[in-house]
Write a protein of this length. Structure first.
Length: 183
C-alpha cells in the first residue's frame, strides 16, 4: 500500500472514532507507557499536543506535569523547536496545534524520551507521518528513546519507508507494545 493510500485509510478510520473510544484508547496506551522503564527513568520528555484525530494527550500531561519535565514541539519553518510545557502559555500555531510560546528553547539532545504521533507505524518501528518531515528532522539528531503511540488500526506489518525515516524504539497501541528501548 502506498503512503497516501495509508494516510487516506487511517484518516477515514480515525474520523469514525467516538470521543469515548479515543479516551479509552489513550488510557490504555499511556498506562502501558507509564509502565516502561524508559518512562520511569526519564525526566525530560517531549510530548505532543494532540489534534482531534490523534490519541488525546491532555489528561496524561496533567497527570504527570508536576513529576516530569514535559516539553512540546513548536513549528519554526521546516523544523521543530522544543519548549517547556506550560498549559497557561500555549497558543494556536502551525496546523492549528496548540504550541508553547516564548523563547526558552532547550537543545533536543537534553531530551530523554520523545513520544511521537503518526499516521501509521509498522512492526519494525517505522512511522508514517503527515508528510512534512518535521519529526524525522528532529529525531535524526537525538539520542532519546523514541516512542510511537497510536490506535491499534494504525499498526501495519510493514509500511513504505525512506532512508531518512527514523524508526521508533517502542510502538505502543492499546493492545500491543513492540520494540525495546535503547539504553
Amino acid at each position: 500500500m502506498e503512503k497516501n493510500d495509508i494516510r487516506r485509510k487511517i484518516k477515514a478510520m480515525r474520523s469514525m472514532l467516538l470521543d469515548i473510544e479515543k479516551e479509552v484508547a489513550a488510557e490504555e496506551v499511556f498506562s502501558r507507557l507509564e509502565n516502561t522503564a524508559a518512562f520511569m527513568v526519564a525526566q525530560k520528555i517531549l510530548m505532543y499536543h494532540s489534534l482531534p484525530d490523534e490519541l488525546p494527550t491532555r489528561k496524561f500531561l496533567m497527570k504527570w506535569k508536576d513529576r516530569k519535565q514535559f516539553y512540546l514541539p513548536r513549528v519554526n519553518g521546516v523544523n521543530l523547536e522544543v519548549l517547556p510545557y506550560d498549559e497557561s502559555h500555549l497558543e494556536l500555531g502551525s496546523f492549528h496545534i496548540e504550541e508553547p510560546v516564548g523563547d526558552n528553547f532547550i537543545d533536543p539532545e537534553e531530551l530523554e524520551l520523545i513520544v511521537v504521533p503518526a499516521v501509521a507505524y509498522d512492526r519494525r518501528g517505522m512511522r508514517l507521518g503527515r508528510g512534512k518531515g518535521f519529526y524525522d528532522r528532529l529525531l535524526s539528531h537525538v539520542k532519546a528513546t523514541k516512542v510511537g503511540v497510536g490506535y491499534d488500526f494504525q499498526l501495519f506489518d510493514e509500511i513504505p519507508s525512506e532512508p531518512h525515516d527514523v524508526p521508533m524504539d517502542l510502538v505502543i497501541t492499546p493492545r500491543v507494545v513492540i520494540g525495546k528501548p535503547r539504553h
